[in-house]
Ligand binder design. Structure first.
Ligand SMILES: *Cc1c(COP(=O)(O)O)cnc(C)c1O
Length: 467
């Protein structure tokens, strides 16, 4: 349940188990069966508890395959958007919600999750935590500055343990407030604050599973011995899960890293320098990231698993905004990786081409990955492109690409008709802190069930809290 380690570093398993001799046996397993095998290698949870948590996490997906693979033209599309919020973050956050609830039950503890979101993570986290005992979740978003769909995906969740906070400010204001809250260790401990951000190892672990599931499926279907994955990348969490799968012996010939114009990671793998730039807004907002929080995990392996050297590099980066590896860090030095950029034009062109040619609708994030994946096709190694969101979540980009309203999903269409609940707060740490203090679960609560909120369900409440 720990995000950061005590010394500010990230957590990793001591070793990666080699499973290459089990791949044949794993090849026909269902998604939940495979998840049990993979996750059991990294946890000491009792087998029956693990199985139950996994079954519950993935039963809510809208297709029995959980993450189906669809052949489309020259590639295979790995559809990761069949979860409750229609984005791949559900794969990890549904699991995390059940896992945390289980641990809290064992330890008779409580947890107040606090987060800030500019888009997808907030709704997936809320969906994972809603209705779980012993947990509350407070999610800040910049009022009026996230897409109406993303806002409604959060504010239409009316469970009593969910608190949506529309902050009168920017996303940076929200993140600043969050940092402020977590820096106050006394407050953090007293109110048992936690996070579910993308550096959580259990989140990465859940994502390892679909690399196995997809690769085994495609190898079985095509007879190929190795595959490539193309991954639309922001925080390096998703593609790092692919790296873990490869280190465990899954025959991944290439991990193709795809970014939008915010290309710090693509530049690192192509030119050898990790240099901070300014964040540019694009059609794929969940990838508008400069400092990739999971990249440090990969760097650890690149510097020969030397924590002192890694710490020095990270400190250097924090001070100068640039990171150099002595070896030049070129992609050739880690042949597993290739990298490329899909800019706005490429994103629109790819959406259009796949709609026209294959009658297949891509969302803008997935289109970035497909664009770069197409640049790295190979005759003997099938390319699996990760589709990270349903196109209906980003109808404006699709409309811009096709000139018509093509992207729909009943879940998204229905959002307009649902009641919402959200409290508007000033962008002031003290105000947010007071808000949380008054509503957080306390460790000594005798009945830590999410039923103590005294507001009626299903109504629209705009509770303008003032200082
Ligand atoms: C979060 C997200 C990404 C980026 O994933 P990372 O793990 O941050 O690299 C890509 N696409 C969508 C739709 C996302 O929500």
């Amino acid at each position: 349940m720990t995000g950061l380690a005590r010394d500010g570093g990230l957590l990793l398993p001591e070793t990666f188990p080699d499973v290459s001799d089990r791949l044949a046996a794993w090849s026909g397993l269902s998604y939940p069966e495979l998840a049990r095998e993979v996750m059991a290698l990294y946890t000491d949870l009792p087998a029956d508890a693990l199985a139950e948590l996994i079954d519950r996490s993935y039963a809510v997906f809208r297709t029995p395959e959980v993450t189906p693979v669809v052949p489309v033209g020259p590639i295979h599309v790995l559809e990761l958007f069949h979860g409750p919020t229609l984005a791949f973050k559900d794969l990890a956050l549904q699991w995390l919600g059940h896992l945390f609830a289980y641990i809290l039950e064992q330890e008779a503890g409580v947890l107040n999750i606090v987060g800030a979101t500019s888009g997808d993570t907030g709704s997936a986290a809320i969906s994972g935590v809603r209705d779980k005992p012993r947990m509350r979740i407070f999610v800040m978003h910049p009022r009026g500055r996230i897409s109406p769909i993303q806002e409604r995906q959060m504010t239409t969740v009316l469970d009593d343990n969910v608190f949506n906070l529309a902050v009168e400010g920017t996303f940076d204001d929200c993140q600043g407030i969050l940092k402020d809250l977590f820096k106050d260790l006394d407050f953090k401990d007293r109110y048992v604050l936690g996070a579910v951000n993308s550096i959580n190892w259990a989140r990465v672990l859940a994502q390892v599973v679909y690399y196995f599931h997809a690769a085994l499926h495609v190898m079985r279907a095509t007879g190929a011995g190795r595959v490539r994955f193309s991954v639309p990348t922001g925080n390096f969490g998703d593609i790092f899960a692919g790296y873990v799968a490869a280190r465990m012996g899954l025959p991944i010939a290439r991990l193709i890293l795809a970014t939008n114009e915010n290309d710090i990671l693509a530049r690192f793998f192509r030119e050898g320098e990790y240099r901070l730039g300014r964040v540019m807004p694009t059609l794929s907002p969940s990838m508008d990231i400069q400092v990739a929080s999971n990249f440090e995990r990969y760097l650890y392996y690149r510097v020969g698993e030397d924590p002192a050297r890694l710490s020095a590099l990270m400190e250097d980066f924090a001070a100068t905004g640039t990171l150099h590896l002595d070896d030049g860090a070129r992609a050739e030095r880690d042949g597993r990786f290739a990298a490329g950029v899909g800019d706005t034009q490429a994103t629109l062109d790819t959406i259009r081409m796949f709609a026209d040619r294959y009658d297949y609708l891509l969302d803008p994030h997935s289109a970035v990955g497909v664009h770069v994946g197409l640049e790295h096709l190979d005759d003997d190694e099938p390319t699996i492109c990760l589709a990270t969101a349903h196109p209906a979540k980003f109808p404006d980009a699709v409309r811009r690409a096709l000139g018509r309203d093509a992207a729909h999903h009943p879940v998204i269409d229905e959002l307009q008709h649902l009641p919402t609940r959200c409290d508007t707060l000033d962008a002031d740490p003290a105000t947010v802190r007071r808000y949380i203090e008054r509503r957080a679960l306390h460790p000594e609560s005798r009945n830590p069930q999410p039923n103590t909120r005294d507001q009626p369900r299903g109504t629209t409440i705009h509770d303008h809290e003032t200082a």
